[in-house]
Design a protein around this ligand. Structure first.
Ligand code: UDX
Ligand code: ADP
Length: 458
């Protein structure tokens, strides 16, 4: 079958996989190929059972498989046969050398750029899809321009704003699509080509175009704004706990100001996920390199408050449970960084587990989707952690529950039965404020929410 456009995506992860599946489903006349170095991942995508859990994803993938959506490890062929190439590889925080702990580790995208350079036999549009530091597009252009044989590469920035757990909805119905380009004739032509792809299902007024640096920076700025709201409400939650104010009431009152808005004001154990911390630290690094120390300090505070919130949570547990957690069994309800995903990258549950083990507590982890990842995250620990899928089994003989993830199933459990299975006095530390605290208190639990007065029987 001949297709109207031939699209390739390098990287079949949380961003590349769902994004390409949606493009394939919305554009049946385009061929969409996704390449990855990881054979296991590619096999999983091809089996129709994607390697990541995301509501609605399986169906969209199955629709496209064998029709116009292809997963393969053949990168050279993918590059040769496609004209529009999205780069959606991982950009973790650097763990070595200059900028360690702050800057993005760009070895994966540079390798991808070099592969494009090596295998391309015709001109290509190359699109940065993963979140890259500002000016990456320029570096990519410089690598790609080193070929002087008439083959051109036009680099665009097209950051992805999807959130895990709602990826398919976000991709089908985006608030906005952002495309950054050069304002040269070639740059604008490439931009229009990408606009055309999205215009298959996104209205034109939601497709924003900008210069390439604004596009790269806007992604970092958006994540900074979002994370800053969470750190702000979490800072207020600490004040609530000291003053008798209730953070849910405060968030509602503040959020009803239309200038502020009500979303992203849920106080919590802290934000996790692969993006927020990484992107904020990226911004911090950029500011420091540019000599903007005051700005860097301001931005960095958002991450510091997030660390503080996790530590505060553990210290609250310690104080409530008579100043010792040694030998006590604590059941973590959830390990994913948020509900409706099996992803545990930067999950607050990782730090909480490690801190509780320092206090010599024993940990039981339960989660409907993230137990495999949880085991990998904690693989270096020799003892002290067990993994149990059934929450009723997990809780048996525990002294406390700590809610880490807002899975709706935790709202629906039989807490009378759970109380019977636990060591008394039984404690609940609700790191997500999702449970019915009054009902739990009446059953006999001592309840410690975030940013609210504790309800204790002592
Ligand atoms: C985020 C951005 O939302 C998305 O636009 C970007 O493309 C990638 O990064 P994601 O990390 O998938 O998406 O999830 P998000 O819903 O933003 O949640 C991030 C973290 O903040 C989670 O740990 C979540 O539980 C926490 N959170 C969110 C809160 O603690 N309180 C809130 O009010 C909202
Ligand atoms: P994200 O959340 O940004 O999508 P992931 O880590 O989930 O990040 O996915 C990135 C994917 O990119 C991984 O599956 C990884 O194997 C793949 N990858 C990284 N570099 C390359 C490369 N040069 N060629 C093909 N795939 C790559």
């Amino acid at each position: 079958m001949s297709f109207d456009k031939r699209i390739l995506c390098i990287g079949a992860g949380y961003v590349g996989g769902p994004t390409m599946a949606v493009i394939a489903s919305k554009c049946p006349r385009y061929s969409v190929t996704v390449v990855d170095v990881d054979q296991g991942r590619v096999d999983a995508w091809n089996s129709g059972k994607p390697p990541i859990y995301e509501p609605g994803l399986d169906e969209v993938v199955r629709q496209g498989l064998g029709r116009n959506l292809f997963f393969t490890t053949d990168i050279a062929r993918g590059i040769r046969e496609n004209d529009i190439i999205f780069v959606s590889v991982n950009t973790p925080t650097k763990t070595f050398g200059a900028g360690a702990g702050l800057a993005a580790d760009l070895q994966y995208w540079e390798l991808a750029a070099r592969q494009i350079l090596e295998h391309a036999e015709s001109s290509k549009i190359v699109i940065e899809k993963s979140t890259f530091p500002v000016k990456t597009a320029q570096a990519m252009e410089r690598i790609l321009m080193s070929r002087n044989d008439g083959i051109h590469f036009d680099v665009l920035s097209n950051p992805e704003f999807l959130a895990e757990g709602t990826a398919i909805r976000d991709l089908m119905n985006p608030d906005r699509v952002l495309i950054g380009s050069r304002s040269t004739e070639r740059g604008l032509k490439a931009r229009d080509e990408l606009v055309q792809i999205y215009a298959n299902w996104v209205s034109r007024e939601r497709i924003l175009t900008s210069n390439i640096w604004s596009s790269e920076l806007s992604k970092l700025a958006s994540n900074f704004f979002l994370a800053q709201r969470i750190s702000t409400i979490n800072a207020i939650s600490a004040v609530c706990e000291k003053t008798g104010a209730d953070v849910t009431e405060v968030a509602k009152i503040v959020g009803m100001d239309s200038r502020i808005g009500s979303k992203f004001l849920n106080a919590s154990i802290g934000f996790g996920g692969s993006c927020f911390k990484k992107d904020i630290l990226n911004l911090v690094y950029l500011c420091r390199v540019e000599g903007l120390e005051e700005v860097a300090d301001y931005v960095e505070r958002v991450v510091r408050i997030n660390e503080y919130q996790k530590e505060r949570f553990v210290l609250n547990m310690l104080t409530a449970m008579f100043n010792t957690l040694a030998g006590k069994k604590i059941c973590l309800f959830g390990f994913a960084f948020k509900a409706d995903t099996g992803d545990t990258r930067e999950s607050p549950a990782i730090d909480v587990t490690r801190r509780l083990l320092e206090e010599h507590a024993e940990i039981v982890v339960t989660d409907p989707q993230a137990l495999v990842s949880a085991r990998e995250d904690l693989a270096d620990l020799e003892r002290g952690v067990s993994y149990v899928a059934d929450p009723y089994e997990a809780i048996r003989g525990c002294h406390a529950i700590a809610v880490m993830t807002e899975w709706s199933l935790y709202r629906e459990l039989d807490y009378r039965k759970i109380h019977d299975l636990m060591v008394k006095p039984a404690f609940v530390f609700d790191g997500r404020n999702i449970l019915d605290h009054q009902a739990l208190f009446e059953i006999g639990f001592n309840v410690y929410p975030i940013g609210k007065r504790p309800m204790s029987h002592f």
